[in-house]
Design a protein around this ligand. Sequence first.
Ligand SMILES: Cc1cc2nc3c(=O)[nH]c(=O)nc-3n(C[C@H](O)[C@H](O)[C@H](O)COP(=O)(O)OP(=O)(O)OC[C@H]3O[C@@H](n4cnc5c(N)ncnc54)[C@H](O)[C@@H]3O)c2cc1C
Length: 417
Amino acid sequence: MSQQRVDIIGGGLAGLLAAIELSRNGVQVAVLEAAGEFGGRARTRNVDGFLFNRGPHALYCNGALKRELDRLGIPYTGGRSLSGARQAIAVGKLHHLPTTLGSIVSTSLFGVRDKISYMRIFKSVMDGATGSGSFAEWLDDQLVSPMVRSAVEAVGRLSSYANGSAEVSARALLDQIRLTTGGTIYVDGGWASLVNGLIDTARGLGVELSDKAPVATVNCNAGRLNVVMGDGQARSPDAVIMAVGPRDATALAPEVGSLAEEAREARAVRANTLDLGLRRLPPKANDFALGIDTPFYLSVHSGSAKLTPEGGALVHIAKYLPIGEGPAKNVVEELEGVADLVMPGWRELEVTRQTLRGMVVANGLPRWDRTRAGVKVAGAPGLFLAGDWVGDEGMIGDAAAASAIKAAHSARQWITR
Ligand SMILES: Cc1cc2nc3c(=O)[nH]c(=O)nc-3n(C[C@H](O)[C@H](O)[C@H](O)COP(=O)(O)OP(=O)(O)OC[C@H]3O[C@@H](n4cnc5c(N)ncnc54)[C@H](O)[C@@H]3O)c2cc1C
């Protein structure tokens, strides 16, 4: 009997992880990637020795992505995020960010009563608090002051990038906040190091890796699959995993009604980002700040990971966009204004920069009123999904990894049925 074959459309983290998992289980796999290189949103650009991820990227120590990379033996190095003095931005001023008992006591962000209620909330989160509705409803039930509510929402944005308390599931976001308290790793060389490790492993296992290979359509006819490439060539795999976003998946298989519905219902999480390559940090720079009454983030990742030429600094600034909102006109001015406040003197030290507007951080927010798409496509046997909008585990890169492994197992079950 000839070896069963699975085609994977999309060579980002999800596609590469699914390919390795299938290949390790004896399945013949091809990864078809439209772009000229693999990695999707986990790519890294090298500009004069500054290694720019697609915006700030942190590997969650307790998340599914790290778990799967480690299980598959993908090598990488990096450093934990620094635990130095962190700042909160409120009403245009800096305050100690309340993350530890000491900083809660010392912060000028709250008065005494708010400090006590903030500590109470965080104890209840760490003790396993959960909710069945939206995060906004969960916050309503906490009966806290507007400033404490804003601070808890800011921690939620930091953990997930999601700026939409009324849309996001309280259960998923509270789980995510707990997960991120386990720490994060900034990866030496940027996330391209993870992508390169996955590519090397996939190659070593004999996975067929094709870049500049856009897929035009996938036809599903009574369990028989037909993949048509952009150049018109046809392929007949035994199963297909679409490791692409919801709109791309719908465009690939427009006759599958369930995909169109998932694409309509998926709520993308977006951010504007400004990544600065500096000769060095200015003397009065803070290396971390989180907006409390505004949805901003600033962090110096080069303090923990090798991302710059000797002595240089790489600073990430981001605005978490409200769900459903695109980038405004003053993207750059807003983000530069955050840098002015948090690290005055940076302008004279700039070497290079990267600006990304309305970047899709995750294709699917975990909503409180609807579950995310499953890995099996309803009404299309043999067709599977993976990505950060799929499955019930984790958010952003962790959701991509968890769904990739589940999709690989489901595809294998299908072809060996
Ligand atoms: C600003 C920003 C910050 C982030 N921060 C973090 C973080 O701190 N931690 C974290 O865990 N995650 C983070 N993420 C999210 C993380 O990058 C993504 O979840 C992950 O990279 C998604 O991988 P994927 O393979 O599912 O999708 P993608 O990377 O989008 O890959 C999909 C691939 O499919 C290809 N494709 C599409 N259509 C076709 C077609 N027709 N034929 C062939 N190929 C096709 C695309 O070219 C692409 O390469 C961040 C993302 C952004 C943008």
